[in-house]
Design a protein around this ligand. Structure first.
Ligand code: FMN
Length: 187
Protein backbone atom coordinates (compact mmCIF):
# COMPACT_ATOMS: atom_id res chain seq x y z
CA UNK A 1 0.00 0.00 0.00
CA UNK A 2 1.19 3.50 -0.77
CA UNK A 3 1.11 6.05 2.03
CA UNK A 4 -1.95 7.66 0.39
CA UNK A 5 -3.73 4.30 0.38
CA UNK A 6 -2.85 3.64 4.02
CA UNK A 7 -4.17 7.06 5.08
CA UNK A 8 -7.37 6.79 3.05
CA UNK A 9 -8.21 3.17 3.84
CA UNK A 10 -7.64 3.40 7.61
CA UNK A 11 -10.83 3.18 9.64
CA UNK A 12 -11.48 3.23 13.36
CA UNK A 13 -11.87 -0.42 14.30
CA UNK A 14 -14.09 -1.84 17.02
CA UNK A 15 -14.26 -5.44 15.83
CA UNK A 16 -11.12 -7.46 16.55
CA UNK A 17 -9.89 -11.02 16.14
CA UNK A 18 -9.23 -12.63 19.54
CA UNK A 19 -5.54 -13.22 18.69
CA UNK A 20 -3.02 -11.61 21.02
CA UNK A 21 -0.88 -8.84 19.57
CA UNK A 22 2.76 -9.47 20.55
CA UNK A 23 4.08 -6.74 22.83
CA UNK A 24 7.23 -6.59 20.67
CA UNK A 25 5.02 -5.65 17.71
CA UNK A 26 3.48 -2.78 19.65
CA UNK A 27 6.89 -1.58 20.81
CA UNK A 28 8.04 -1.74 17.19
CA UNK A 29 5.07 0.39 16.10
CA UNK A 30 5.72 2.92 18.86
CA UNK A 31 9.34 3.11 17.70
CA UNK A 32 7.98 4.12 14.29
CA UNK A 33 5.33 6.47 15.69
CA UNK A 34 7.84 8.41 17.82
CA UNK A 35 9.24 9.99 14.65
CA UNK A 36 6.34 12.44 14.80
CA UNK A 37 7.26 16.12 14.70
CA UNK A 38 7.53 17.57 18.21
CA UNK A 39 8.59 21.12 18.94
CA UNK A 40 11.76 21.52 21.01
CA UNK A 41 12.09 17.73 20.97
CA UNK A 42 9.94 17.44 24.08
CA UNK A 43 8.80 13.93 23.02
CA UNK A 44 5.82 14.64 25.28
CA UNK A 45 4.38 11.13 25.50
CA UNK A 46 4.36 8.15 27.75
CA UNK A 47 2.33 4.98 27.46
CA UNK A 48 0.60 2.45 29.67
CA UNK A 49 0.22 -0.83 27.81
CA UNK A 50 -2.38 -3.32 29.06
CA UNK A 51 -2.16 -6.73 27.47
CA UNK A 52 -2.95 -10.34 28.39
CA UNK A 53 -4.15 -10.60 31.99
CA UNK A 54 -3.09 -6.99 32.48
CA UNK A 55 -6.12 -5.77 30.51
CA UNK A 56 -8.22 -6.56 33.60
CA UNK A 57 -6.34 -3.79 35.47
CA UNK A 58 -7.52 -1.30 32.85
CA UNK A 59 -11.06 -2.71 32.90
CA UNK A 60 -11.33 -2.62 36.70
CA UNK A 61 -10.12 1.01 36.66
CA UNK A 62 -12.90 1.74 34.17
CA UNK A 63 -15.51 -0.09 36.29
CA UNK A 64 -14.41 1.69 39.48
CA UNK A 65 -14.74 5.07 37.77
CA UNK A 66 -18.37 4.51 36.78
CA UNK A 67 -21.42 5.40 38.87
CA UNK A 68 -22.63 2.40 40.87
CA UNK A 69 -26.07 3.22 42.27
CA UNK A 70 -26.53 1.31 45.56
CA UNK A 71 -23.02 -0.09 45.20
CA UNK A 72 -24.07 -2.24 42.21
CA UNK A 73 -22.24 -2.16 38.88
CA UNK A 74 -24.90 -1.26 36.31
CA UNK A 75 -25.75 -3.56 33.40
CA UNK A 76 -24.51 -0.92 30.95
CA UNK A 77 -21.10 -0.80 32.63
CA UNK A 78 -20.94 -4.62 32.76
CA UNK A 79 -21.70 -4.77 29.02
CA UNK A 80 -19.03 -2.21 28.22
CA UNK A 81 -16.52 -3.99 30.46
CA UNK A 82 -17.26 -7.28 28.68
CA UNK A 83 -16.74 -5.57 25.35
CA UNK A 84 -13.40 -4.23 26.61
CA UNK A 85 -12.45 -7.77 27.70
CA UNK A 86 -12.85 -8.87 24.07
CA UNK A 87 -10.21 -6.35 22.96
CA UNK A 88 -6.65 -7.74 23.03
CA UNK A 89 -4.76 -4.55 23.95
CA UNK A 90 -5.51 -1.26 25.68
CA UNK A 91 -2.91 1.46 25.30
CA UNK A 92 -3.22 4.67 27.28
CA UNK A 93 -1.32 7.68 25.92
CA UNK A 94 -0.36 10.32 28.48
CA UNK A 95 1.28 13.74 28.14
CA UNK A 96 2.53 16.34 30.65
CA UNK A 97 0.24 19.34 31.19
CA UNK A 98 2.75 22.13 30.81
CA UNK A 99 1.42 25.30 32.50
CA UNK A 100 2.52 27.37 29.50
CA UNK A 101 -0.35 27.32 27.00
CA UNK A 102 1.99 27.40 23.99
CA UNK A 103 3.92 24.35 25.17
CA UNK A 104 0.71 22.54 26.13
CA UNK A 105 -0.73 23.18 22.65
CA UNK A 106 2.47 22.11 20.92
CA UNK A 107 2.76 18.99 23.05
CA UNK A 108 -0.87 18.04 22.43
CA UNK A 109 -0.39 18.50 18.71
CA UNK A 110 2.80 16.41 18.79
CA UNK A 111 1.11 13.59 20.72
CA UNK A 112 -1.79 13.64 18.26
CA UNK A 113 0.63 13.42 15.32
CA UNK A 114 2.39 10.52 17.05
CA UNK A 115 -0.91 8.70 17.63
CA UNK A 116 -1.86 9.06 13.98
CA UNK A 117 1.58 7.72 12.98
CA UNK A 118 0.90 4.78 15.26
CA UNK A 119 -2.55 4.20 13.77
CA UNK A 120 -1.22 4.28 10.21
CA UNK A 121 1.83 2.09 10.86
CA UNK A 122 -0.43 -0.41 12.63
CA UNK A 123 -2.94 -0.34 9.77
CA UNK A 124 -0.21 -1.36 7.34
CA UNK A 125 0.31 -4.46 9.55
CA UNK A 126 -3.40 -5.37 9.78
CA UNK A 127 -3.66 -4.02 13.30
CA UNK A 128 -6.63 -1.76 13.87
CA UNK A 129 -7.69 0.45 16.73
CA UNK A 130 -10.09 3.00 18.00
CA UNK A 131 -8.92 6.22 19.61
CA UNK A 132 -11.25 6.86 22.53
CA UNK A 133 -11.53 10.00 24.60
CA UNK A 134 -14.47 9.08 26.80
CA UNK A 135 -15.44 10.99 29.94
CA UNK A 136 -13.73 8.52 32.24
CA UNK A 137 -10.27 9.62 31.10
CA UNK A 138 -10.93 12.77 33.15
CA UNK A 139 -12.23 10.81 36.14
CA UNK A 140 -9.87 10.99 39.17
CA UNK A 141 -10.59 7.38 40.20
CA UNK A 142 -9.72 6.10 36.73
CA UNK A 143 -6.64 8.29 36.54
CA UNK A 144 -5.37 7.24 39.97
CA UNK A 145 -6.13 3.56 39.40
CA UNK A 146 -3.93 3.47 36.33
CA UNK A 147 -1.17 5.61 37.82
CA UNK A 148 -1.64 8.86 35.92
CA UNK A 149 -0.01 11.59 37.99
CA UNK A 150 -1.41 15.05 38.75
CA UNK A 151 -0.09 17.33 36.02
CA UNK A 152 -0.51 14.65 33.37
CA UNK A 153 -3.24 14.42 30.76
CA UNK A 154 -4.63 11.28 29.17
CA UNK A 155 -4.76 12.08 25.46
CA UNK A 156 -6.20 8.77 24.32
CA UNK A 157 -7.08 5.28 25.22
CA UNK A 158 -6.37 3.18 22.15
CA UNK A 159 -8.15 -0.16 22.00
CA UNK A 160 -6.46 -2.37 19.49
CA UNK A 161 -6.04 -5.78 17.95
CA UNK A 162 -5.89 -7.62 14.65
CA UNK A 163 -8.69 -6.38 12.43
CA UNK A 164 -11.83 -8.50 12.06
CA UNK A 165 -14.29 -6.16 10.33
CA UNK A 166 -13.65 -2.86 8.60
CA UNK A 167 -16.56 -0.41 8.70
CA UNK A 168 -17.59 1.63 5.67
CA UNK A 169 -15.80 4.96 5.28
CA UNK A 170 -17.53 7.99 6.74
CA UNK A 171 -18.05 10.77 4.22
CA UNK A 172 -15.46 13.53 4.15
CA UNK A 173 -16.21 17.04 2.85
CA UNK A 174 -14.67 18.06 -0.46
CA UNK A 175 -11.54 19.85 0.68
CA UNK A 176 -12.21 22.77 -1.69
CA UNK A 177 -15.06 23.72 0.65
CA UNK A 178 -12.50 24.16 3.41
CA UNK A 179 -9.83 25.83 1.34
CA UNK A 180 -9.19 29.52 0.71
CA UNK A 181 -6.58 30.08 -1.96
CA UNK A 182 -4.71 33.36 -1.91
CA UNK A 183 -2.63 33.59 -5.04
CA UNK A 184 -2.67 37.33 -5.64
CA UNK A 185 -1.32 40.14 -3.56
CA UNK A 186 -3.58 43.17 -3.24
CA UNK A 187 -2.85 46.13 -0.99
C1 FMN B 1 -9.34 12.98 19.55
C2 FMN B 1 -10.23 11.86 19.12
C3 FMN B 1 -11.08 11.29 20.03
C4 FMN B 1 -11.94 10.24 19.66
N1 FMN B 1 -12.75 9.69 20.61
C5 FMN B 1 -13.61 8.71 20.27
C6 FMN B 1 -14.47 8.13 21.25
O1 FMN B 1 -14.42 8.48 22.43
N2 FMN B 1 -15.31 7.17 20.85
C7 FMN B 1 -15.36 6.75 19.55
O2 FMN B 1 -16.18 5.89 19.23
N3 FMN B 1 -14.53 7.26 18.59
C8 FMN B 1 -13.67 8.23 18.92
N4 FMN B 1 -12.79 8.74 17.98
C9 FMN B 1 -12.77 8.18 16.61
C10 FMN B 1 -13.60 9.04 15.67
O3 FMN B 1 -14.97 8.94 16.02
C11 FMN B 1 -13.37 8.54 14.22
O4 FMN B 1 -12.04 8.80 13.86
C12 FMN B 1 -14.31 9.23 13.23
O5 FMN B 1 -15.63 8.84 13.43
C13 FMN B 1 -13.93 8.92 11.78
O6 FMN B 1 -13.94 7.54 11.55
P1 FMN B 1 -12.65 6.81 10.94
O7 FMN B 1 -11.53 6.98 11.92
O8 FMN B 1 -13.08 5.37 10.77
O9 FMN B 1 -12.37 7.45 9.61
C14 FMN B 1 -11.93 9.76 18.32
C15 FMN B 1 -11.05 10.34 17.39
C16 FMN B 1 -10.21 11.36 17.78
C17 FMN B 1 -9.25 11.97 16.77
Amino acid sequence: MSIDEIIQSRRSITSFKPDAVPTEEIIDLLEVAKWAPNHKMTEPWRFLLYTGEGTETFIQAFINSQPAPGGEVSDGVKRKADHFRSIPVHLVVVMPEDPRQKTWDEDHAAVSAMIQNFQLAAWARDIGMIWRSNDWIYNPTFRESIGVEPGEKIVATLMLGYIKDVPKPKKRTDIKEKLTIIDKYSE
